[in-house]
Design a binder for this molecule. Structure first.
Ligand SMILES: Nc1ncnc2c1ncn2[C@@H]1O[C@H](COP(=O)(O)OP(=O)(O)OP(=O)(O)O)[C@@H](O)[C@H]1O
Ligand SMILES: [Mg+2]
Length: 341
């Protein structure tokens, strides 16, 4: 089944064509970094306007690159939430109108379910069940994943997401937006052991996270040590990154152990972080566990992962109705719920 995927939940306009939830025929991502960079974060109204400009050209490029005609698309999957409502509406309305005009099935899917399904676009996807750390700009969630569209939430952040902490600390260090990649590049030149920051919840036997304390610790350090930004920037970045990575890796490895899973995964934008990948891979290896991480391009937002998730809903006969709407952060049917499996 050839599925068109559409993603506009935040600051990337993305369209992809994916066959059978596995094979990427095309994946186009138009980033809006240059629009939001001067403001140090995403401006929702500007994001919506840019999506409106981008959506048709991005869709056309996705079809062109895949070498398929609109008539060959057999189903449409689109991000329904969570995200910025005005941004989501652009992709959602486009996808709905395209599917209805072509009289093909369509489904609104969770962005989080999309991130988890990015694993199945790689050559060695994990077998079910497995544990996954979804670590991104808006979420830090640990799941026990039992199927493409079924997962139980084991833990989540109680305040900032890990990616959000990277972005906010980057702002404090004057590195601009988005911060994750720049912090990790700066950290490569620093020593993680000279400036140490707090590691919240590290020893608790639970899977929730908190990152606002690490962020506040960086801010306190900068106030207490004026001029340190100029003299010790790389060490501060490395110390911060090491604290976040230690907490994230401790929790996901602990989850694999507790759930008795031989396979674990990292997904979402922060899963592109080199140090996180390295630490979790080393520990997984030591414990005889198999780690799965999508390529960096599939860690960040993209529409191929949305098409992959949508494929499993559509092939199970689930479809969206014309009345269906987008959502920002409400409880999700499968992916945001500690009770569901
Ligand atoms: N190399 C990296 N190291 C650390 N963080 C990174 C890296 N690359 C990207 N990030 C972070 O990943 C986040 C973006 O990820 P993603 O696009 O999945 O988030 P989002 O879609 O905005 O949020 P969500 O998926 O929770 O709705 C940003 O916070 C960014 O700073
Ligand atoms: Mg995302």
């Amino acid at each position: 089944m050839i599925i068109l995927g559409i993603e506009t939940s935040c600051d990337e306009t993305a369209a992809a064509v994916v066959a059978d939830g596995r094979q990427i025929l095309s994946s186009i991502v138009a980033s809006q970094i240059e629009v939001h960079h001067p403001y140090g974060g995403v401006v929702p109204e500007l994001a919506s306007r840019k999506h409106m400009e981008n959506i048709v050209p991005v869709f056309r490029r996705a079809l062109g690159k895949a070498g398929v005609d609109a008539r060959q698309i057999e189903g449409v999957a689109v991000t329904r939430g969570p995200g910025l409502v005005g941004a989501l509406l652009v992709g959602f309305s486009f996808a709905k109108a395209f599917a209805m005009s072509r009289r093909i099935p369509w489904i609104g899917v969770s962005h989080l379910e999309g991130h988890l399904n990015s694993l199945f676009l790689e050559s060695e996807p994990p077998p079910f069940p497995f544990v996954a750390l979804l670590v991104s700009g808006g979420h830090t969630n640990i799941y026990h994943v039992t199927d493409h569209t079924a997962a139980r939430l084991l833990g989540q952040t109680r305040d900032d997401a890990a990616g959000e902490a990277f972005d906010k600390v980057a702002k404090m260090l004057g590195l601009g937006y988005p911060g994750g990649r720049v912090i990790s590049q700066l950290a490569d030149r620093g020593d993680p052991d000279t400036v140490s920051f707090t590691r919240p919840y590290l020893n608790k036997d639970e899977f929730d996270f908190s990152f606002s304390g690490i962020k506040a610790a960086v801010s306190r350090y900068l106030h207490k040590h004026p001029g340190s930004l100029q003299t010790r920037g790389p060490d501060i970045a490395a110390g911060f990154q090491e604290a976040v990575v230690e907490v994230l890796s401790y929790k996901i490895l602990h989850a694999a152990e507790q759930m008795n899973c031989g396979h674990l995964a990292l997904v979402g934008g922060v899963a592109a972080n080199r140090r996180l990948r390295e630490v979790v891979a080393g520990e997984a290896d030591r414990r005889g566990l198999q780690l799965h991480i999508p390529s960096a391009a599939l860690c960040g937002d993209n529409a191929a992962m949305i098409a992959a998730a949508g494929y499993h809903h559509l092939s199970a006969g689930r479809q969206s109705s014309p009345e269906e709407d987008v959502y920002s952060r409400q409880a999700e049917p499968f992916m945001n719920n500690r009770e569901s499996t």
